[in-house]
Design a protein around this ligand. Structure first.
Ligand SMILES: [Cu+2]
Length: 509
């Protein structure tokens, strides 16, 4: 814990102690020697946390013009000039409903090509929809129109640019914001009345008032929640809240823990869980989102920390940081009932599997070039062709000495096995950590991917969502086609039944 954290904890503890002391009749008047005395005033601790601004859909349409431009902003107490959306480090959350249309006019006022990706949405990757092959040049603008199907899953998503080679730098500047999709099933009815908070976890590197290009992990980074460094959150004892926690930074992972509390995970990456999952702490890899129910404990002060993370011998080490300070005080609240069953999609195990493929994630000895199946990204190559309607089983392996995070656009998958251990079905996700190896043998994650929704027909990508890795090769193109692909689909990917020798994947570029 840093000295600043210690100081904050001490000041808040002192404030709470003073408040409690006054509440129990401090000030020497507790025995009431002189008849009636004025009731001592208990100063509540002020909340400094603030949600991002929000833009809501109206009559089924969310219409917004979003300019990206250089702006001088404050992150915590530091001033930095960065490329940001809407002139804000914490841009508005877009809030809409399943079936709505999202219209975004993106105006590019920065000195590099950009575009828009709606991360996690199950929408078309073609045309003016969630098409990451579009390039919006400096001074140009483009109007996106993204139709969410009526059946679109509700939950927590986000927007960010997706330009091969500069995605890390652009997101690292602060170019990312939240998307919330609601419908009649979610949030669960019993939780609709509770306070909801959106927590955008971002990190930024600042050197001489600028964001270094390229970012270097050795620079250190300032982690914030909605641009606030260690804000105070106030709850009443027993109060229930719904927190949406989004890791929308460029590179780093979070491992979130709230002192003295169990977090109940009810949704992951915009997918309802089958039931609430009790978590002592929650690993949130780059780009992952988690919705949790918090039930406030006894009065007191609790830190919301991200725990230390070892990304592996070839990776970074992220020290513990306090993200926010939670103060539980005031009169008790009536807890809201948390449902025991949630509206998750169906379990895919037992369904016919059309194809099985293997993808090996690796990097070179220097740790600066990154590969999938020993190839770096080529925007013009189609690596994997899939037939619409198929459910596929992918074996995804990590041969490198650092974590990677597998992400696929347009759809969600089900993790069924980790290093040979079958996984209980708790719901789908669009990101999964691929743990590092220290043995020379790969770690193995098996997933089922349903390429069944006609809306996803078209060309899109899967990749490592650590910005540095995707910008340096760890990405491939996939095309979902509504016609028989025969053996063409089998050409991509390796045979999962062949053992993997990591020496065959040096990523020699
Ligand atoms: Cu990676």
């Amino acid at each position: 814990m840093s000295r600043d954290d210690d100081r904050t904890r001490w000041l808040l503890s002192a404030a709470i102690a003073l408040g409690l002391w006054m509440a129990i009749g401090g000030c020497g008047d507790g025995n009431n020697h002189h008849g009636a005395t004025p009731t001592p005033t208990v100063s509540p601790i002020p909340e400094t946390f603030a949600d991002p601004p929000e833009i809501d859909s109206v009559d089924g349409v969310l219409d917004t013009t979003m300019t990206v431009q250089p702006e001088t902003i404050m992150v915590g107490e530091q001033e930095v000039t960065a490329n940001v959306y809407y002139g804000l480090y914490t841009p508005p959350t877009w809030r809409l409903r399943s079936g709505d249309i999202l219209r975004v006019k993106l105006e590019n006022m920065i000195d590099m090509t950009t575009n828009l990706h709606t991360h996690g949405l199950n929408v078309s990757p073609m045309g003016d929809s969630d098409n990451i092959f579009l390039h919006i040049n400096p001074t140009e603008s483009f109007s996106y129109e993204i139709k969410l199907p009526d059946s679109h899953p509700p939950g927590t998503f986000y927007y960010h640019p997706h330009i091969y080679g500069t995605t890390e730098f652009q997101i690292g500047n602060g170019m990312s914001g939240g998307i919330i999709v609601d419908n009649d099933e979610y949030p669960p009815p019993s939780l609709r009345g509770v306070k909801q908070r959106t927590m955008l976890l971002k990190d930024i590197q600042m050197m001489q008032g600028q964001v270094p290009d390229p970012p270097m992990s050795s620079n250190g980074t300032t982690r914030s929640v909605n641009g606030l460094v260690n804000p105070t959150i106030v709850l009443h004892p027993g109060e229930t809240e719904l927190w949406r926690i989004l890791n929308i930074g460029a590179d780093i992972y979070y491992d979130v823990q709230l002192d003295g509390h169990v977090l109940q995970e009810i949704s992951r990456d915009g997918n309802s869980r089958t039931r609430p999952i009790d978590r002592d702490h929650i690993l949130i890899p780059t780009s992952a989102r988690v919705d949790v129910v918090v039930s406030a404990g006894a009065p007191g002060l609790y830190l919301l920390n991200t725990l230390p993370i070892d990304m592996g011998p070839m990776g970074d080490y992220y020290p513990q940081v306090t993200l926010a300070t939670v103060v539980v005080e005031g009169p008790p609240a009536t807890p809201a009932p948390v449902p025991t069953k949630l509206p998750a999609p169906e379990d895919l195990r037992g369904k016919p599997i059309a194809k099985r493929r293997k993808f090996v994630f690796s990097e070179n000895m220097m740790g600066d070039q990154f590969c999938i199946n020993n190839m770096q990204y080529d925007p013009s190559r189609t690596d994997t062709t899939v037939q619409l309607g198929d459910i596929e089983e992918w074996t995804i392996q990590n041969c490198s000495g650092e974590n990677h995070v597998f992400h696929i656009h347009q759809l969600d998958f089900q993790v069924i096995e980790r290093d040979g251990v079958p996984q209980e079905y708790i719901g789908r996700q669009d990101t999964v950590n691929l743990p590092y190896t220290t043995t020379g043998d790969p770690t193995t994650t098996k997933v089922l991917l349903p390429f069944t929704d006609p809306v996803i027909v078209g060309r899109f990508v899967y990749h490592c969502h650590i910005g540095e890795h995707e910008d340096n090769g760890m990405m491939q193109n996939i095309e979902v086609v509504d016609e028989p692909v025969g053996d063409a689909g089998a050409l991509a990917g390796l045979d999962p039944d062949e053992p993997t020798d990591c020496n065959d994947f040096p990523c020699p570029f």
